[in-house]
Design a binder for this molecule. Structure first.
Ligand SMILES: [Zn+2]
Length: 46
């Protein structure tokens, strides 16, 4: 099942979709709603 990574600043814009076993760091996306650069941090520890 995939989840949406929501912008942590405005909490409105869906930035990217990721699966539950995804891992990510050092990836930046520009939120088109609030204009901030958001680092996508996904770390699922099992
Ligand atoms: Zn935003």
């Amino acid at each position: 099942m995939k989840k949406w990574y929501i912008c942590p600043y405005c909490k409105k814009k869906k930035l990217i979709k990721y699966s539950k076993d995804a891992k990510s760091q050092g990836i930046f996306l520009l939120c088109k709603n609030c204009g901030k650069e958001v680092e996508i941090k996904i770390n699922n520890k099992e």
